[in-house]
Design a protein around this ligand. Structure first.
Ligand code: BES
Ligand code: MG
Ligand code: ZN
Length: 489
């Protein structure tokens, strides 16, 4: 449970109070908090430097079991991301101390001079996300999430920020939903199961849900997608989620790559980090979680989520290099590498959503290429779009949510590389250089003149090491970004 509180610390009992402290400036409105800080700073061992911590037990001035001071460093270095990290770290510390609840003394927006997002928003986000751990598969549970997290704010803020608290909670819940899906092992999220988890939740939120099974996919001629699914015992699915508010003027389509496991197929991937390919459905998770969140946030735009779900496996039935398939669009593709499967399922989903829903804007999100990770590293996603305005909106939502994106080029002349000797296209370019770009260009051949952007999240969708507000594994990248973007569009 998360709540905003404006209480007199001298009168109201609290188990644990956490106070973030700047090294060079007082950032708090609450006078009691400020005087506690002055007292803490009189000690040699605490100055508010970044990372410093000190605990006062049962301080005489207030009715708290303990006060934990946490250093943030200099004010000029402070930003939304460092506040998220502070809050995540604060919650983790309380969990490690076996506590069950905490009150976080929130700094004043005015004194920090932060607007988008407000310091309070960043702190709520960090605390909510930091409170969660994926331990479903551990018989011996060591983590016990805090039951109550409260935020100490001024009375007017407590009154006016209820809505913000609710919307952040909803968006973070979505992020956790996506993280849990990504962390779920592939033996427990085969396409049919994966589809059920998503659609059961979507139905509860009153989204309109359609599921195409293999028979339907064959009837509708989703040839590229079926070619990827062919090698697996588990049959493919296409999920359509519709959020359709009254009076909507615009339709946005979100397409998410849902490969529940990417072995590479006949072009089998080598041992190394094959197990991480359980995360090859991170785009799908982001789209599903976003739609589920939107059902509660209720923005005015109509949003369609399209999720092709397959498992990419080698077998006697699997597609072979050299196979030629006819995609939903009617264009043919020569599959020269079965490991370039993401683009095959995406083009069918993209063609279908354009034909069926005629969206004004189409954004796909996918763990598409290792090349994008080479280009931008593990923390930044690549945005590909010839629509600068759309790309810029995505990038600025990414800045606000710290789901960082970088605008990548779509050079026309690189398209040459995708021409096949035997079919309309081949699914990989002749050279491996610029692989993230040629993958995006391949998709671009199927979007027509719809305003379109592609986000390659192969890097930031998964973390080998956790951070202050995300555990090891799926990050849920895209959910917070999309929720912010769709509010704007
Ligand atoms: N799912 C992978 C991309 C990926 C790589 C995601 C690393 C996350 C981390 C994708 O299906 C793939 O295998 N891409 C190939 C494309 C190549 C065959 C042109 C790649 O990146 O090697
Ligand atoms: Mg692959
Ligand atoms: Zn893949």
């Amino acid at each position: 449970m998360l709540s905003l509180k404006s209480i007199d610390l001298k009168k109201v009992k609290t188990e644990t109070l956490i106070i973030p402290v700047c090294e060079d400036r007082d950032i708090h409105d609450d006078k009691t908090v400020s005087s506690l800080i002055t007292k803490a700073k009189k000690l040699k061992e605490f100055k508010g430097d970044k990372g410093e911590e000190i605990v006062f037990y049962t301080p005489p001035e207030i009715k708290a079991g303990r006060v934990i001071f946490m250093g943030l460093g200099k004010l000029e270095k402070l930003n939304a991301e460092s506040l998220r990290a502070f809050a995540g770290k604060a919650v983790k510390k309380c969990i490690n101390m076996k506590l069950t609840e905490v009150l976080i003394g929130c700094p004043s927006a005015k004194k920090i001079k932060m607007e988008m997002p407000l310091p309070l928003e960043a702190i709520i986000e960090g605390a909510y996300l930091g409170n969660h751990l994926f331990d479903k598969y551990k018989e011996e549970k060591k983590h016990s999430s805090l039951k109550n997290i409260s935020f100490l704010v001024k009375p007017d803020v407590a009154k006016s920020s209820g809505k913000i608290l609710k919307s952040i909670t909803t968006i973070c819940e979505g992020t956790i939903f996506a993280r849990d899906l990504i962390n779920t092992p592939s033996n427990d999220k085969k396409p049919e199961q994966f589809t059920k988890i998503i659609t059961d939740t979507a139905k509860k939120e009153n989204l309109r849900v359609k599921i195409f099974d293999e028979k339907e996919l064959k009837r509708k001629k989703f040839g590229a997608m079926l070619a990827v699914a062919a090698g697996s015992e588990s049959k493919p699915r296409m999920i359509v989620l519709e959020y359709n508010p009254k009076g909507a003027k615009k339709t946005v389509a979100l397409v998410g790559k849902g490969v529940t496991f990417d072995s590479g197929g006949i072009n089998l991937k080598p041992t190394g980090s094959l197990e991480e390919m359980k995360s090859d459905m991170s785009g799908a998770a982001a789209v599903a979680a976003t739609l589920i969140a939107l059902a509660k946030l209720k923005p005015k735009t109509k949003v369609i989520g399209i999720i092709p779900v397959v498992e990419n496996m080698p077998s006697g039935n699997a597609s072979r290099p050299g196979d030629i398939v006819k995609s939903y669009s009617g264009k043919t593709v020569e599959i020269l590498n079965t490991d370039a499967e993401g683009r095959l399922i995406l083009i069918d989903a993209i063609s279908y959503v354009i034909k069926q829903y005629k969206p004004q804007i189409l954004i796909d999100i996918a763990t598409l290429t290792g090349a994008c990770v080479i280009a931008l590293g593990e923390k930044i996603a690549g945005v590909f779009s010839s629509d600068d305005e759309l790309a810029q909106s995505i990038i600025s939502s990414g800045e606000k949510t710290h789901e960082r994106c970088w605008h990548m080029p779509l050079p026309d002349d690189y398209k040459e590389d995708l021409k096949s000797d035997f079919a309309d296209f081949k699914n990989i370019a002749g050279s491996r250089w610029g692989g993230a770009i040629t993958a995006a260009l391949f998709l671009s051949e199927f979007v027509g003149d719809t305003r379109w952007a592609h986000i390659d999240i192969a890097g930031p969708s998964y973390m080998k090491k956790g951070n202050a507000y995300c555990g090891v594994g799926g990050t849920g990248f895209g959910v917070r970004l999309f929720c912010d973007l769709l509010e704007k569009l």
